[in-house]
Design a protein around this ligand. Structure first.
Ligand code: CP
Ligand code: NVA
Length: 305
């Protein structure tokens, strides 16, 4: 197993599947309040260059529940790449901590952090990808549909970091993944080509949400303007007009289709309030699973899973 978890395809298919099984087992232990403290006397450094609700609370609570201590470092504390280079931060924090989780802007910074850290580094989102999110998403799908593969996922919206992680998952598990995005907001072409070349899944980029959701098991969306791009929102609203997930769009998917969103959501933009509140929405189990999935990821990396 790789030292770090920076992209979903850092793990083999078997490592992904066994981590899902571990997440289910550890989730059950925590729900039953079993005495299970594998991270006793361990610490986790959490570096945040961007805001966060789910990532911060799920990592901090999860690590605590497993017996460890998590340290929150806010954007002003470390300021990777400005106040101090990633390679220095890596070696300093490795001297104090057993694990490092980082949410950064520049993907190159997390690669540098991992290269120089002597302890495992986990990607808590960069401008490029968000692997912990998509791992939690497939745990949620496994719970809901009984399987994490052979599903049609129709993503409607910006070709962003979430899409890149879906594409990299599609290199490992067979899926039908369709990204319906406006013409000028596609995902990274090289990542798309790699996912296609891997020959494991069917992956497509299209520009019509209605045809994309046909036969979909999952309709997924995310904000139109990600962190770091919020100033573009007004302009983006013009390009994304046809890309709101509405009840009408959900009705064009399979009758059994679920709605997912990594959150935070901007209701009335990428998704309607009605869809967020509908029985098809599995967004809150999805959010809860961040903690269970990340617990499994941390246990695997620490050699405890
Ligand atoms: N989904 C997610 O990563 O949420 P936060 O930005 O609140 O951590
Ligand atoms: N694409 C979003 C995901 C937030 C969890 C962002 O990067 O802001």
């Amino acid at each position: 197993m790789e030292k770090d978890f920076l992209h979903i395809d850092d793990w083999t298919r078997d490592e992904i599947l066994s981590s899902l099984d571990l997440a289910v087992e550890v989730k059950r232990k925590l729900k039953n309040r079993e005495a299970y403290k594998p991270f006793k006397d361990h610490s986790l450094a959490m570096i945040f260059a961007k805001p966060s609700a789910r990532t911060r609370v799920s990592f901090e609570t999860g690590f605590y529940r497993l017996g460890g201590h998590a340290i929150y470092l806010n954007p002003a504390d470390i300021d990777v790449g400005n106040r101090e280079p990633a390679k220095d931060v890596a070696r300093v924090l490795s001297g104090y901590n057993d694990l490092i989780m980082a949410r950064l802007f520049d993907h190159a910074h997390i690669l540098e952090l991992a290269r120089y850290a002597t302890v495992p580094v986990i990607n808590g989102l960069t401008d490029y990808n968000h692997p912990c999110q998509i791992m939690a998403d497939i745990l949620t799908l496994k719970e809901h549909f009984g399987r994490a593969d052979n599903l049609k996922i129709a993503y409607v919206g910006d070709g962003n970091n979430i899409v890149h992680s879906w594409l990299r998952l599609a290199m490992r598990l067979p899926l039908h993944f369709v990204c319906a995005c406006p013409l000028n907001y596609p995902p990274d072409q090289a990542t798309f080509e790699r996912a296609k070349q891997a020959g494991v899944s069917t992956v497509e980029i299209v520009h019509d949400p209605l045809s994309a959701v046909k036969d979909a098991d999952v309709v997924y969306t995310d904000v139109w303007a990600s962190m770091g791009k919020k100033h573009e929102l007004e302009e983006r609203k013009r390009h994304f007009k046809r890309f709101t997930v509405t009840s009408e769009l959900m009705a064009a998917a399979k009758p059994t289709a679920v709605f997912m969103h990594c959150l935070p959501a901007q209701r009335g933009l990428e998704v309607s309030d009605a869809v967020m509140e509908s029985p098809a929405a599995i967004i809150f189990p999805q959010a809860e699973n961040r903690m269970h999935m990340q617990n499994a990821i941390m246990l695997k990396l620490a050699g405890k899973g």
